[in-house]
Design a protein around this ligand. Structure first.
Ligand code: AVI
Length: 318
């Protein structure tokens, strides 16, 4: 299908929603662009690199937790559930879970079809007897899951503390949508990052190798590539700030000098010191996490954390 034309008559290959979010986000005060737009091909690669950084504890802590909780999880969920993974991405944590719960089917849901098909192929090769049903969809809405798994009890899987990238109100809406998609008798296994010392949190989002900075700045490069932007990327620097009042790490791009640029022909002036807010990563204390889940229609039944209480994996039932 042909993409819409832009004003000067050149065909724009950009996602119309990306264009709308960027133009509106740069025009508003404070300036802000939704974090979902980080994940173009380069951004997804950089995120994979982040998960290996010494300062970025969430991924390795969660993977170790998933391995250790396996026998107990197997007991609590029983075998034969259909595992539904929300925002499966590269499905790196999935094999650990699949080996443990021995599901009747696996339904990875992701908005990016290419990623989804590639990771489904890899998983099918590793689990040849497993029915893998990739589902390209926006999981923030209540979905009708494939008919084949209609009668199977479901286990939703939402690792990585991705729930933290939503403001609490949107997180509750998402949990409710998941409950609606999974139906009666469902369970949900969800990863949530805990509130901890700022001295641990900030370096996790502002690492010494500058990978997170590159991930954040790639958003500007993406705007230049896909929306005919003229943003001088070198005039911006990555900032990671702990907002204690809102219990979240915020990522921003701060202008280091006054800059003027255009995006799809529209002019913007950003003053030195002004920022573009690009991401929130909310952290939840044990009680906060339970309140959030209950508000979203889920009853927490078991919670696992590492020895230092850095990260939690919670099992809840509908
Ligand atoms: C995907 N999400 C859970 C990551 C986080 O920790 O909030 C995204 C991220 N941003 C910077 N580093 C990692």
């Amino acid at each position: 299908m042909l993409k819409p034309e832009i004003e000067d008559g050149q065909a724009s290959l950009a996602d119309p929603q990306f264009r709308a979010d960027v133009l509106a986000g740069l025009a508003r005060r404070p300036r802000a662009i939704p974090a979902r737009w980080f994940y173009d091909h380069r951004g997804s690669e950089l995120f994979e690199d982040i998960t290996d950084l010494p300062e970025y504890y969430p991924t390795r802590t969660e993977v170790a937790l998933l391995e250790s909780l396996c026998p107990e999880l197997h007991q609590l969920t029983g075998e034969g559930r259909a595992v539904v993974e929300f925002g499966s991405g590269s499905s790196t944590k999935t094999p650990t879970l699949l080996k443990c719960v021995k599901p009747s089917a696996y339904v990875p849901i992701d908005i990016s079809g290419d990623f989804l098909r590639e990771s489904s192929r890899t998983l099918s090769a590793a689990f040849p007897d497993l029915l893998v049903l990739p589902f390209e969809a926006d999981f923030t809405r209540t979905l009708t899951l494939p008919h084949t798994i209609k009668d199977a009890p479901k286990l939703g899987f939402f690792p990585g503390s991705t729930i933290g990238n939503l403001i609490p109100l949107a997180a509750v809406d998402l949990l409710r949508a998941m409950r609606g998609s999974l139906g009666e008798g469902a369970m949900l296994l969800i990863g949530m990052d805990r509130i901890k010392d700022e001295a641990v949190l900030v370096p996790a989002y502002d690492d010494s190798q500058g990978v997170t900075a590159a991930f954040n700045l790639n958003l500007l490069e993406r705007i230049n590539r896909e929306l005919a932007g003229t943003i001088p990327v070198d005039a911006f620097r990555h900032r990671a700030i702990w907002n204690d009042d809102r219990a979240r790490i915020e990522m921003h791009l701060e202008a280091t000098r006054n800059v003027s640029f255009t995006v799809e022909g529209r002019a913007f002036d950003v003053e030195a010191g002004e920022t573009i807010h690009t991401e929130n990563s909310h952290k939840y204390g044990p009680r906060d996490a339970r309140i959030l889940l209950r508000s979203g229609g889920w009853t927490p039944i078991r919670e696992w954390t590492d020895d230092e209480g850095k990260f939690a994996v919670i099992l809840a039932e509908a």
